[in-house]
Design a protein around this ligand. Structure first.
Ligand code: PFF
Length: 452
């Protein structure tokens, strides 16, 4: 019987582009600055970077290993590697997390499209921050307009996923990621040369631990997981498309480094501008949509900068949403035996339905609250602080205690042998340090501060 070749990435650069494409997204440019602002700046940043190194990279490697070893989607991977056990629950949680994440993420991704349109129409020209704030509130509190952009964004996402791994995901991310980096650096240069920029840089880099609560520590951990796309099986799914001759350690380190650099650059892009324009750094989700148009409209060539920036922001979002949708689609194809077309349609369709509630929670549904949060805020909170954190915990426990050292080390040594002390250290972190650290933070936040 002829075995149908599984679709997959062509080589290391393809994997890095796709995985970094997944990692770098609204989480870096839109979410990182506002959670950093809300949690006191520099101290948060330090913890964030610490979590990326100690928890992010080991979890990312675990996901790659689970995916490549099983050659399966996030759910099937656990059934294949540990048949007869209940570890597939991690995969199932990942599918649920995909729904939670994509529902609110596509709301913001939709906003980025509106802002591309606004930038093209020259709408920011001559407006001050109060007007830009009002425009943002006006737009997001509507119904049809934000819903239209959200649905359009879901259609783009579905289009790339439908095209497949190599001809869709890899092809687009390889071009778009490098362009994004260049653009961000250009805007950073503008931002740090604004009058009063040092104040913003100080806010971002000067640590003041007195401003950090347990909840803030949990948020740093959740943000690290969210930003790296770990904890829900997106990287298990991508890992299953990675060829055996691609080294997993260096891939994980390069993806995490790229992601962290872009998050920090986003902070450098935003905070000096916030201070220069006299805005509040803890202003929340609207930061990118108000502050940046504020700088663009006041700078030479700002019209073009604005267009390019919002196009790239939507592209960064797109390379992330495809990785979330692919988790659901790969599951439907392999476990429910659907064609890629049907799986994409059903997955994207179902997610869009919950997405509607998120989008409307800035307008008609703004008073509908669960645990004192709007649907959007609840999904945002649940995704990073609960699903991804808990998912990352289960993944390291699985890798360290069930999959075992020999399987793990064998898989990471497939392409290039890494020194024994290094692989032993990574295994030690996965087995003991990462689960203890994640457990302590999650329990601390829950017991000391509850779901606030
Ligand atoms: N890492 C993405 C970002 O920072 O925007 C968001 C994300 C993508 C989270 C994929 C989780 C995921 F599986």
């Amino acid at each position: 019987m002829a075995i149908k070749q599984r679709d997959g990435f062509s080589g290391k650069f393809g994997v890095i582009a796709a995985a970094a494409g997944s990692a770098v997204g609204l989480g870096n440019i839109w979410r990182f600055p506002y959670v950093t602002g809300e949690n006191g700046g520099g101290a948060f940043l330090l913890l964030y970077v610490f979590f990326i190194i100690v928890i992010g990279v080991p979890v990312m490697m675990s996901e790659f290993v689970i995916g490549r070893r099983s050659q399966s989607n996030a759910f099937g991977a656990f059934r294949k590697l540990s048949p007869g056990s209940a570890w597939w629950i991690i995969g199932l949680m990942g599918i649920v997390a995909a729904f939670v994440i994509l529902s609110f993420y596509s709301t913001v991704a939709g906003w980025t499209l509106e802002y591309v349109y606004q930038a093209f129409s020259g709408n920011f020209a001559g407006k001050n921050i109060t007007q830009l704030n009002a425009d943002f509130a006006n737009f997001t509190s509507g119904s049809w307009r934000p819903l239209f952009w959200q649905m359009l964004f879901m259609i783009f996402t579905a289009g790339v996923v439908f095209a497949g791994v190599q001809k869709g995901i890899e092809k687009y991310t390889k071009i778009l990621m490098p362009v994004l980096l260049v653009m961000i650096i250009a805007i950073c240069v503008r931002s740090v040369t604004l009058p009063g920029a040092e104040k913003g840089l100080r806010f971002l880099f000067e640590p003041d631990f007195s401003k950090l609560s347990f909840q803030g520590v949990l948020t740093a951990l959740g943000q690290a997981a969210f930003s790296l796309s770990i904890g829900m099986g997106a990287l298990i799914t991508y890992g299953s498309y990675v060829r055996k001759d691609t080294p997993l350690l260096s891939t994980a380190v390069q993806v995490a480094t790229t992601d962290t650099i872009i998050a920090i650059l986003s902070g450098v892009m935003i905070f000096p501008a916030i201070m220069a324009l006299g805005q509040d750094p803890a202003a929340g989700p609207g930061l990118v949509f108000v502050t940046l148009p504020g700088i663009f409209q006041a700078m030479p060539g700002g019209f073009y900068f604005a267009i390019v920036f919002f196009v790239l922001l939507s592209v960064a979002a797109l390379t992330s949403t495809i990785s979330v949708l692919e988790v659901v689609v790969a599951f439907l194809i392999e476990e429910r035996k659907m064609s890629r077309g049907k799986a994409t349609l059903i997955g994207a369709g179902a997610i869009s339905i919950i997405g509607v509630a998120c989008t409307l929670s800035f307008g008609p549904l703004k008073d509908f609250k669960i645990f004192d949060k709007t649907v959007f805020d609840l999904m945002d909170y649940l995704s990073a602080n609960i699903f991804l954190t808990f998912g990352a915990l289960l993944i390291v426990i699985y890798t360290g205690w069930k999959l075992g050292k020999s399987n793990f080390v064998d898989e990471i040594n497939q392409a290039a042998k890494i020194p024994k002390f290094l692989s032993s250290t990574i295994v030690f972190i996965i087995k003991y340090i990462a689960p203890l650290a994640i457990g302590a933070v999650a329990i601390g936040a829950f017991f000391f501060e509850g779901l606030t």
